[in-house]
Ligand binder design. Structure first.
Ligand SMILES: Cc1ncc(COP(=O)(O)O)c(C=O)c1O
Length: 399
């Protein structure tokens, strides 16, 4: 019998070698207690959280929590069914109404995760004879959506407008074309030049889908994302997003002005063939989305945090993923996986949690310590974080 697990042997060996060096497993941390959006107990000690996607700190918002409790009491723990059968409750419709109001769009469809939203929308609209032109650094859920639909996949170099145009020019005339972009790329925290890219996509008559997972709530005057910030939201055919980041719970969605969009509810398999979100989750999401519409002060504070941390880390001598802060994600580039894991552990011992990211999730084989800021981090916490980075960086020999 061929052991179907043998293909994982190189990864198993790499992981065992890393753990044999005595370093704590960076992919097995347990949050023993969560005290607030920015503090938790890990390994028995209080830790500042700088590696969550809780950009707007909505997880502990009292209105959000109350809405979830009320829904749990009134509608029970789960729907036990698909959205197209018994799984659409009043709360799912209210959540979709909140999304339509948030984006100012005609249609909104809520999925059980953001992963499923990309999987479902991309695979359903772009089939075997269609072409998908996408950034090479796209999220796994985008790639998986392309594969599931069996479309012709045409990747281009990250954020390269000319390369994108060249790929589009070569596609046979009359073929269906979908350009897939992200507002913020989550590994390095850089944003896409959406305005110019969408102009090129339009020139070649391609439809455009933008995943705004890491920009919703934070970027743009109303927190609608990078497309709003760059003044091109009305040029986007489909916006994909998630509730697992700024919204502070779990779930995914697509909003669109396409007049035929509602047919997706019948033909999109990752929407039809799975259970809908629990009533408590959609109630928390709807409440959070409506509050994010008035989050201007929080957005301003989060930008301030991002600028302070970026400037401080740069001044300490760390190599960062972007020259200037472009989002709430600041990626600190590590020389290799071993020193990345050592730095991650040294920070944890200081009382700071960040994300360790490594290939294949990262571009160009990089090992990164990804810091994601929260609107609830105080200015004082950001200074504390910089002190922790300085001590850990010196101890590990990175700065
Ligand atoms: C760009 C992007 N799209 C989609 C997703 C999937 O979101 P979810 O966590 O809701 O499945 C993520 C999650 O990390 C993401 O980074």
């Amino acid at each position: 019998m061929t052991d179907l697990f043998s293909k994982f042997d190189p990864l198993i060996q790499q992981r065992e070698a890393l753990l044999a060096s005595g370093v704590e497993d960076p992919f097995n941390l347990v949050m023993e207690k969560v005290l607030s959006p920015t503090r938790a107990i890990c390994n028995g000690r209080e830790t500042i959280l700088l590696g969550t996607y809780n950009y707007m700190g909505m997880t502990f918002d009292p209105d959000v929590i109350q809405a979830g409790k009320d829904a749990l009491d009134n509608f029970g723990a789960g729907t036990t069914g698909s959205r197209v059968l018994n799984g659409t409750y009043q709360g799912h419709k209210e959540c979709e109404e909140a999304l339509k109001d948030f984006y100012g769009m005609d249609h909104a469809m809520v999925f059980s995760t953001g992963y499923q939203a990309n999987l479902g929308i991309i695979s359903t609209i772009a089939g075997k004879d269609d072409y998908i032109v996408l950034d090479i650094d796209s999220h796994a859920s985008i790639w998986d959506g392309c594969s599931l639909g069996n479309a012709q996949i045409v990747p281009f170099k990250h954020n390269d407008i000319d390369a994108m145009g060249k790929r589009l020019r070569r596609i046979p005339e009359g073929a269906g074309k979908l350009v897939v972009l992200e507002g913020v790329y989550s590994m390095l925290g850089d944003i896409a030049p959406l305005k110019d890219m969408i102009a090129v996509a339009r020139k070649y008559d391609a439809m455009v889908l933008v995943d705004e997972a890491h920009s919703m709530g934070f970027i743009g005057p109303n927190g609608r994302g990078v497309a709003e910030e760059q003044g091109v939201l009305d040029q986007v055919d489909f916006v994909i997003g998630t509730f697992s980041k700024s919204v502070g719970t779990v779930g995914g969605f697509c909003v669109s002005n396409h007049p035929k969009f509602e047919i997706m509810r019948l033909v999109c398999r990752p929407y039809v063939f799975t259970a809908s979100l629990p009533p408590s989750v959609v109630a928390t999401a709807a409440t959070s989305i409506r509050k994010l519409m008035h989050g201007g002060a929080k957005r301003a504070h989060l930008w301030e945090n991002s600028r302070t941390l970026h400037g401080g880390l740069k001044a300490l001598g760390f190599e960062l993923g972007t020259g200037e802060p472009q989002s709430a994600i600041i990626a600190v580039i590590m020389p290799d996986l071993e020193r990345g894991a050592a730095m991650w552990e040294a920070l944890l011992k200081e009382g700071l949690y960040v994300n360790l990211a490594r290939p294949p999730a990262t571009p160009a084989n990089m090992t990164l310590l990804r810091c994601s800021l929260c609107a609830e981090h105080s200015a004082e916490q950001v200074q504390t974080i910089l002190g922790m980075f300085e001590r850990a960086g010196k101890a590990v020999g990175i700065v």
